[in-house]
Design a protein around this ligand. Structure first.
Ligand code: ADP
Ligand code: NI
Length: 225
């Protein structure tokens, strides 16, 4: 199979597998991340097949929706790619990207986490996925996720907690607005690539405007005296 055939078959596999996925993690999320990744790759010296497969398969079985099982996604991707006779080296690289691309993988469990795997291709997929968590799309996904979890939009009595460990983050039932301070507004400074940084800056400014307007509408009496 040629590389573009491998990508084509993978697209079909992912579309089919994610048919019933929740709105923030559906095929369109994957498609946006894939497009972001291709865009970023234009200015990076990377293996485009690895980046493409990593982006397409990065959420193939999100642990959040599979009883916290974090080995399922990498395993599904591995079985699938081996069935296409993709070289073992490429398969290993892609499964590592799936294991280490998530935001949770970068959180600590109370102690400093050792960097277990890194590559230029991983950094591109990470940027591509992070871009889809911020800006207008990021706002939409956050409230969609909050609704899925039955969270409040905002509660002035529950301030954001910037010191959460991985376990606390998973259990958190905080209002969705807190998620902006706990995660979304921090992403722009974590970007790895030049293209990623540039796009993140624009999306970051958009979120700041959104928050400003949100508080204005939350209490229209605030600035009256
Ligand atoms: P991804 O799988 O794309 O790397 P996550 O699984 O961490 O990212 O989150 C998926 C989407 O749900 C993101 O847009 C993220 O901002 C949103 N999300 C995750 N946790 C929360 C939360 N506690 N409150 C609101 N949105 C959340
Ligand atoms: Ni994702």
């Amino acid at each position: 199979m040629t590389n573009s055939e491998i990508v084509e078959v993978t697209i079909n596999f992912v579309k089919k597998t994610l048919q019933n996925a929740e709105g923030g993690h559906d095929w369109f999320h994957i498609q946006r991340v894939f497009n972001n990744a291709i865009l970023i790759s234009k200015e990076e010296d990377v293996d485009v097949l690895v980046v493409s497969l990593g982006a397409l398969l990065h959420d193939i079985a999100d642990a959040k929706f599979n009883d916290g099982d974090e080995s399922l996604g990498p395993k599904m991707a591995e079985d699938f790619l081996l069935s296409l006779t993709v070289p073992k080296r490429t398969v290993n690289h892609v499964t590592n990207i799936i294991k280490y691309s998530s935001f949770k993988a970068s959180l600590t469990d109370g102690k400093i986490k050792k960097k277990l795997f890194s590559s230029k291709e991983l950094r591109v997929v990470q940027d591509a996925d992070r871009l889809d968590a911020i800006g207008a799309i990021g706002i939409a996904r956050a409230f969609n996720y909050g609704g899925f979890k039955n969270r409040a939009l905002y509660d002035p009595g529950t301030p954001p907690n910037l010191e959460m460990t991985k376990a606390e983050y998973k259990k958190s039932t905080a209002p969705t607005i807190n998620h902006f301070y706990e995660k979304l507004l921090l992403l722009k400074d974590k970007m790895n690539t030049q293209t990623g940084k540039r796009l993140a800056e624009e999306r970051h400014q958009y979120m700041l405007l959104f928050l400003e307007q949100f508080y204005k509408e939350w209490n229209p009496l605030k600035n009256l005296s």
